[in-house]
Write a protein that binds this ligand. Structure first.
Ligand code: GRF
Length: 273
């Protein structure tokens, strides 16, 4: 079991993870194998046992490589974590050469925490409601991320707006995914906004995070058609498929040092490998 590289108060163990409805039985077994460990205000989720792919990835060589070369990312989530899963899969398949050091959620029920635990990734719930102010909450997040030596923060469905305190600490080191072609339909319910507006096409955008809401320099965008009879859900799932493709692709560009930010524009450097 990995220990967090920083100290937290008041250790105790409990096994209180709720199984989301509709979760297949095989997954339930995995969820039961998680240990939930509450330390102070935070809840860690660690797997009790390794699975085959994880064992392979945990070889001595892979561990040393991760420690020495690989860039470290933290993934922030608030819900199901399908984008997180696409990143985990890209790492495990060897497409992405980075280390997911920690997964953080503001909601301890987020299924993405279980996904992380299933893959041996430290997963931590830090509930914003436990803090007096946004600044105190973000100070805590920064303390944790700095403890892990994180190079990049990846917002994968994290439903909190970050203040300048956090954004400036990780200047040009936060990437978000948004389910629309920005700058159209920023904020929440982007799919509904697109349907209400009557656009023929929508899509998704990866971008660096600045002090605005969904306004930072754009990395990749991709387009999907809006079809007759589309609902928020059907359009959302068509967009989500594309998110699962462009998010790992964007992180790959970043990890290979192929992204230059010039003002509000991103320049993608050619692949020289
Ligand atoms: C995605 O549509 C993402 O673009 C938005 O929130 C959703 C998260 O989905 N910000 P998931 O939790 O990754 O499944």
């Amino acid at each position: 079991m990995k220990s967090p590289p920083f100290s937290l108060k008041g250790d105790f163990l409990k096994n209180n993870q709720r199984v989301p409805s509709g979760t297949p039985k095989s997954n339930n077994r995995r969820i039961k194998s998680l240990i939930c460990e509450e330390r102070g205000n935070d809840t860690f989720h660690f797997p009790q046992r390794n699975h085959g792919a994880q064992k392979a990835a945990n070889g001595l060589f892979a561990t040393l490589l991760r420690m020495v070369i690989m860039k470290k990312i933290a993934v922030f989530i608030s819900g199901g974590g399908s984008n997180l899963q696409s990143i985990i899969d890209a790492v495990e398949s060897g497409y992405l050469n980075i280390q997911i050091s920690v997964v953080l959620s503001n909601d301890e029920e987020a299924f993405g925490l279980t996904r992380a635990g299933n893959h041996g990734i430290p997963a931590l719930a830090v509930k914003h409601g436990d803090f007096e102010s946004r600044e105190k909450y973000e100070t805590r997040l920064i303390e944790i991320l700095d403890g892990y030596g994180v190079d990049l923060v990846v917002l994968a469905g994290f439903m909190r707006v970050l203040t300048p305190l956090f954004v400036n600490h990780f200047h040009h080191r936060i990437i978000n995914i948004h389910p629309s072609i920005l700058p159209s339909f920023p904020g929440t319910h982007s799919q509904k906004q697109a349907l209400d507006y009557g656009v023929r096409f929508s899509g998704c955008t990866t971008h660096f995070v600045d002090e605005g809401t969904d306004t930072g320099p754009i990395i990749i965008q991709t387009v999907v058609p809006v079809l007759p009879g589309d609902t928020e859900e059907s359009l959302g799932s068509r967009i989500l498929k594309e998110e699962h493709r462009i998010f790992p692709e964007s992180l790959k560009l970043w990890s290979e040092g192929r992204i230059l930010i010039e003002g509000r524009k991103v320049v993608i450097l050619p692949d020289e490998s």
